[in-house]
Design a binder for this molecule. Structure first.
Ligand code: NIG
Ligand code: FE
Length: 400
């Protein structure tokens, strides 16, 4: 006896079969038991009964969507900087003048944990309304021993307030805080020697992230210090890599066995091949590319040639992508980067799970968590096609 069955639905299982990368099952059914998927297949073959049956009226069911890169928790906004950029200032110039990430650091340091939760919730609700069931949340607007944990604690409170799974990443090496101005290497040492161990000891992070950038982030050597500390603490790593120039970030991430390297517009073909060999997922963030009017396209051809797993995420943050919509990223991934529909959908399901090191979700298959998104669409491509229209009609998290 199953706990629950969904029928009269078409399934986009995301388990590739033959020449069908989406693993489509038309007129299918899914059965759940104890929060896991117990059976998936054609409705006519459904074995056994269920305590509850939900008829889906021909809707499509995908795995619950996974947003594997967000900066969801922050205070304030950067609309003023948006105006400055419209007058010609670049993202990098604003950051070098003490704005950018540091302006959000000032606002976030001044906010209490409750205020951070309250600010994050409406943004989270917009993601969930589109079918997201797992969201990654980074710190990185605290940059000190008081505020980085506060951000992560705020993120960890969200699942008690909404039905969602949250994965947290410590991003203390995001920018150099004002009290360390001119002493970037000293701050990187503080992150490696004090912040990473403290966060790991409190169990507040599932991974450690960093921003490698010659002008406004950290050098590869400083990043390596932070990654070594993460490895000592038993935490996997991720990297904001090659966003504004080729810093060798892709290869650096691969050398450290990173779960993912994200942005990677400027990553070179060797770095991309190294990522593929290391099993590092490439996370594309087309919303940030769009919003800061980046012109360098990520090398999708090299990624395909290397067999790189590609994920897509919002990068939701106040500076480079104030867009709480993963569906918009599906569209932008296809329109701006020329991903196929199958690549884009893998990017917000299977490969997004891999970018978080989560093996228990991202596809519709027996044994995986029963995290589902239901959509009123007539074919999967519609998820990538609409702009600003949300066809999601339901979510299931762990079978509920
Ligand atoms: O992913 N590249 C650095 N970090 C963020 C932007 C953060 C911000 O501008 O506040 C990003 O684009
Ligand atoms: Fe980011």
């Amino acid at each position: 006896m199953f706990d629950r069955v969904w029928t009269d639905a078409h399934l986009c299982t995301m388990v590739p079969r033959g020449d069908d990368p989406l693993g489509v099952v038309e007129d299918g059914a899914i059965a759940a038991k104890d929060g896991r998927i117990a059976w998936v297949g054609p409705r006519a073959d459904l074995p056994g009964d269920a305590a509850e049956t939900t008829r889906c009226d021909g809707a499509w069911i995908t795995p619950g969507l996974i947003d594997c890169h967000t900066h969801l928790v922050f205070a304030g906004d950067r609309a003023r900087e948006f105006e400055l950029r419209l007058q010609g200032a670049s993202y990098e110039e604003i950051a070098l003048a003490g704005g950018g990430i540091l302006s959000t650091v000032r606002a976030t340091r001044a906010a209490g944990e409750d205020a951070l939760v309250a600010a994050a919730l409406p943004r989270l609700d917009l993601l969930l309304a589109e079918g997201v069931t797992t969201v990654e949340v980074k710190s990185g607007y605290g940059l000190d021993l008081a505020t980085e944990p506060r951000m992560l604690r705020a993120a960890r409170r969200l699942p008690a307030l909404r039905r969602v799974e949250v994965a947290t990443s410590l991003l203390a090496a995001h920018a150099v805080p004002p009290e360390f101005a001119g002493r970037r290497a000293d701050f990187a040492r503080l992150v490696a020697e004090e912040i990473v161990p403290a966060i790991a000891a409190d169990g507040l992070a599932d991974a450690v992230d960093a921003f490698t950038d010659a002008a406004i982030g950290f050098t590869p050597e400083e990043t390596a210090l932070v990654f070594d500390a993460a490895h000592r603490a038993g935490l996997p790593v991720k990297l904001h890599a090659d966003q504004l120039r080729d810093d060798g970030g892709a290869a650096l991430a691969a050398r450290h066995g990173a779960l993912s390297a994200d942005h990677i517009e400027y990553a070179n073909a060797e770095g991309i091949a190294a990522m593929a060999r290391a099993g590092t997922v490439g996370v594309l963030l087309p919303g940030a590319f769009y919003f800061i009017r980046e012109t360098r396209q990520p090398d999708i051809a090299a990624m395909r040639a290397a067999g790189l797993r590609i994920a897509l995420a919002t990068d939701l943050n106040p500076g480079s992508c104030p867009a709480p919509s993963l569906l918009l990223m599906l569209n932008m991934g296809c329109t701006l980067f020329r991903l196929t529909v199958a690549e884009a959908l893998a990017g917000v399901t299977r490969h997004a799970a891999a970018a978080l090191g989560l093996r228990d979700r991202g596809a519709l298959a027996p044994g995986l968590r029963c995290d589902l998104a239901l959509h009123a669409i007539s074919r999967p491509a519609e998820l990538c096609y609409w702009i600003g229209r949300n066809p999601c009609i339901g979510r299931v998290v762990a079978g509920r």
